[in-house]
Design a protein around this ligand. Structure first.
Ligand code: GDP
Length: 443
């Protein structure tokens, strides 16, 4: 998803790598590249213009902040601007005290409306809500049949009627929905290959009758700027509240995703990322921005580590891990870092594409345990810490007395150290360390 843009952006970031200060010239080059990347990704040109202006304003001539190199600063600014055009924050579905709440889906034929109706119903069902699905497409009966099948598949009731008059049909639907006390009614509406007045009139009528809590425009990301233009037309002609962007899994360019919020002023609430009914995700602008920058949630990681992490020490330790020179002193300072930052699991989850599947929960340490562990390690001689293999029974007894901790605890410390050291030898961990090493060089 959005691979092309990610690829182009990472090239720009590489270009800036190693600059001591952001000069006008290298910023100009970088902005030119960013602009071309966005235009190539089919982002609306007005959106691109504003985006570039904002970055230029924020970045040019900026003094290099002590703790951030120029590439990091530019990443920060680009990230913030990307988030801004994607909508800044994730949004929930609109809420109402009235039951049932009507959600009306609108969009062009083939955009994924029917599939998305099913996806939303499943989403609400998982939230313990009771949704009713219905199709208000009087022309294409097959659309209704398709939705009925999806409803059966996910175990959600489906409203059906032989009525062919929209006014009567919606009246019947409302009565049925009220009688059964559903929380939500998801109404799929007719779509056409192109926008026409008749369709708009029909949708206005449906909206007026159902008084939906939310009209969601379903936009096919694969159609790029066409999706953005249709969203704008629907917004102007019938009024929409939010957008669901479908087929983002297949969209390598990203133009619609990066333009539709700025152009319509409406938030993207969900994204469709596959053909299966479970393939619906809540939309998080910050995550997509980070993905476009090729960094998974690495920016959150930078923020976290920036606050807590001793970079120089981490670098030394990771080199020692790779060289298999990891001693008990390293073990202790590593655990101290982990304690400062939260569990390793949280950090691992933020690293992109590491293929990391191991469970590091056992590395989580609490303060009290850490104090005892430090006492044990500090009661060892320098030689023992460097080479724990020499710690025999007699030495264990001496360490236990010196630290005031039982021998069993000394044994436990040594065992945990061996386990951590062993895990560094596993291929996935070595791969991760190398990537971490490369990543800190890039930054
Ligand atoms: P409608 O005419 O707007 O109701 O569109 P449909 O729901 O029938 O979907 C049209 C096609 O798009 C179908 O083949 C769906 O399987 C496919 N589709 C819908 N959503 C997604 C998505 O998020 N990702 C992918 N890859 N395909 C999707």
């Amino acid at each position: 998803m959005l691979e092309n843009l990610t690829h182009r952006f990472s090239k720009v970031l590489r270009y800036l790598k190693g600059e001591v200060q952001i000069s006008e010239e290298n910023m100009r080059q970088a902005l030119k590249e960013i602009k071309l990347s966005l235009l190539e990704a089919d982002v609306n040109f007005r959106v691109v213009k504003k985006f570039i202006e904002n970055i230029r304003e924020k970045a040019t001539g900026r003094e290099v902040h002590e703790s951030l190199n120029p590439s990091q600063q530019v990443i920060r600014i680009v990230q913030q601007e990307l988030e801004a055009i994607l909508g800044s924050e994730s949004r929930e579905l609109n809420k109402t005290a009235v039951k049932p709440a009507y959600i009306m889906l609108a969009g062009l034929q083939g955009s994924g409306k029917t599939t998305t109706a099913g996806k939303l119903a499943l989403h609400l069902k998982k939230l313990d809500k009771s949704p009713l699905l219905c199709s208000l497409d009087l022309k294409r009966l097959a659309a209704g049949e398709q939705l009925a099948i999806i409803a059966r598949e996910i175990g959600v009731p489906y409203f059906t009627s032989s009525c062919r008059d929209m006014g009567l049909l919606t009246a019947e639907l409302k009565k049925n929905a009220a009688d059964f006390g559903y929380d939500y009614v998801i109404a799929d509406t007719a779509g056409r290959l192109h926008i026409d007045d008749e369709l708009m009139e029909e949708l206005r009528l449906v909206k007026g009758t159902l008084q939906p809590v939310e009209v969601i425009f379903v936009a096919d990301a694969l159609t790029g700027q066409d999706a953005v233009n249709s969203a704008l037309s629907f917004s102007e002609k019938i009024g929409i509240d939010s957008i669901i962007l479908t087929k983002l899994d297949a969209d390598a360019r990203g133009g619609a995703a990066l333009s539709v919020v700025s152009v319509t002023g409406k938030p993207i609430k969900f994204i469709g990322n596959g053909e299966k009914i479970a393939d619906l995700e809540k939309f998080y602008p910050e995550r997509l921005a980070a993905k476009i920058l090729g960094m998974g949630d690495i920016l959150t990681l930078i923020e976290k580590t920036e606050k807590e992490f001793d970079h120089r020490q981490a670098e030394i330790i990771s080199k020692r891990m790779l060289a298999n020179e990891f001693g008990l002193d390293d073990f202790l300072s590593q655990l101290k870092q982990i304690e400062k930052m939260g569990s390793m699991n949280d950090l691992m989850g933020m690293l992109p594409n590491m293929g990391f599947k191991g469970n590091m929960d056992h590395v989580h340490v609490d303060e009290k345990r850490l104090c005892h562990l430090a006492a044990v390690i500090e009661s060892m001689t320098g030689k023992e810490r460097e080479n724990p293999k020499i710690i025999d029974g007699r030495r264990r007894l001496r360490i236990s007395r010196g630290s005031g901790r039982p021998v069993s605890e000394v044994n436990q410390v040594l065992k945990s150290y061996q386990e951590m050291k062993k895990s560094f030898k596993k291929p996935f961990f070595r791969k991760m360390l190398k990537k971490f090493d490369n990543f800190s060089k890039m930054m």
